[in-house]
Design a protein around this ligand. Structure first.
Ligand code: NZQ
Ligand code: ZN
Length: 387
């Protein structure tokens, strides 16, 4: 097993009715910026619950953080916090609002050009230098409620870039599974697939001796396969909702990644598809992932075979099982409503591979993946295979 350090200071408060604990989690006397997205929190009663439990606190609201949050929008909140001397931020929303709040938290005290946080991928390590924040999660998917990463879109250049650091963990996150009842089916599907691919990014690499990490990863995959198709149809079923929500958090709170290699190339390529065509994040992963496994078959086949045996009970030679495991993955994505071809999502796909390769070149990204062997010619093949 590789050496590792595990640090996760987020206090996770999980379960029905837990939003009412907000007042005990937010620092006493804090002046709060309540950040939210397009307004779903007003329709499903979450806003009301939040305001009720924070009665007596001084709160300024900032709405309009869009899906795939924009740097340009977030900078407006940065100005408000600087002007109004706000000392705590509460994100109420899905991954986009939470990621947006991470950026706001880092950008307020940042003295250089804030776009460099993204362009130079600055690491924020000192808690005292950022604005503390907590979250009320409304969409299980990204794990952002218990991790220290964020992905932000720069509208002006159509780029989607990530940043983070140990100062970017939420102080607390309230995860009430009942909030999922108002989610559109498409977002429930997205949540299951995003979490599933998070596990695959940290699992489908090469065989190693992190036995426990593999078993935990496999148990999250199995749980998502078990509850995913059902929760989309029955989001009011608390057993399904709670298992779904906890699986999503566990998929990307850092635990399964400790001591083992990880890939993340599906995400890096997928982010480009969202930046260019506004395809939902999870849907880009369903398009790219299976083709990446095909192009990188020789590198990944041993782990694909382990996955095929343990998750889908497949039998045969290593090559047969590994190939069939990719088919089974696609089958699951289709069951979950994913469209796995780029040409079905946009008509404008013909030059996508060249464009993405050029961008990666310009950023100095020469190779991706757990072995850094997904070179730019491989990226081109993966994207072309995804058409
Ligand atoms: O904006 P509102 O009106 O709230 O509506 C949202 C939005 O339209 C809606 N929604 C959220 N909760 C709802 C709800 N509608 C009804 N009822 C509720 N309870 O859902 C829509 C999508 O929300 P969004 O936050 O964009 O979705 P998600 O949580 O999937 O987040 C996606 C973003 O997270 C990033 C993605 O790149 C993308 O920008 N990611 C962040 C990661 C991280 N920080 O670790 C990792 C991921 O891989 C991912 O890259
Ligand atoms: Zn993701």
């Amino acid at each position: 097993m590789l050496n590792f350090e595990l640090y996760n200071p987020t206090k996770l408060v999980f379960g029905k009715g837990q939003i009412e604990k907000l007042a005990t989690l937010v620092p006493a006397n804090a002046k709060i910026l309540l950040a939210y997205g397009g307004g779903s929190i007003f329709k499903n009663g979450v806003h009301e619950q939040v305001r009720k439990s924070l009665e007596g606190f001084e709160i300024i609201e900032f709405g309009g953080i869009e899906a795939n949050p924009h740097f340009e929008t977030l900078m407006k909140a940065v100005e408000i916090i600087r002007e109004q001397k706000i000392d705590f931020i509460l994100a109420v929303g899905g991954g986009s609002v939470i990621d947006g709040v991470k950026f706001i938290s880092a950008a307020v005290p940042f003295e250089e050009n804030p776009v460099d946080i993204l362009k130079k991928r600055i690491l924020f390590k000192e808690g005292a230098k950022v604005i503390p924040f907590g979250t009320v999660l409304t969409l299980p998917a990204t794990g952002s409620e218990m991790n220290s990463g964020a992905v932000i879109t720069i509208e002006a250049t159509q780029e989607k870039l990530d940043f983070g650091g140990s100062a970017m963990f939420p102080k607390f996150s309230i995860c009430d599974p009942t909030v999922i009842t108002s989610l559109p089916k498409r977002q429930l599907q997205n949540g299951v697939i995003d979490a599933y691919v998070h596990v695959l990014e940290q699992y489908l690499t090469y065989p190693h001796d992190g036995y426990l990490q593999d078993r935990i990863a496999e148990s999250i995959l199995q749980t998502l396969i078990q509850v995913g198709p059902q929760v989309v149809e029955n989001p009011t079923d608390y057993t399904l909702a709670s298992n779904f929500m906890w699986s999503c958090t566990m998929a990307l709170n850092g635990l399964i990644q400790k001591g083992v290699p990880s890939d993340w190339a599906t995400h890096m390529i997928g982010h480009e598809l969202t930046a260019l065509y506004e395809i939902d994040h999870a849907r880009t992963l369903a398009i790219i992932g299976p083709n990446l496994y095909k192009v990188m078959f020789e590198t990944k086949k041993a782990k694909l075979a382990q996955y095929g045996k343990r998750i889908f009970n497949l039998a045969g030679t290593e090559d047969e099982i590994a190939n069939e495991a990719i088919n089974k993955t696609l089958e699951f994505y289709h069951t979950m409503g994913m469209i796995t071809e780029l040409s079905k999502c946009t008509e404008d796909f013909a030059k996508t591979a060249d464009f993405i390769v050029k961008r990666f070149e310009e950023r100095g990204w020469k190779a991706l993946g757990e072995k850094q062997n997904i070179t730019l010619d491989k990226v081109k093949s993966i994207v072309e295979k995804s058409y």
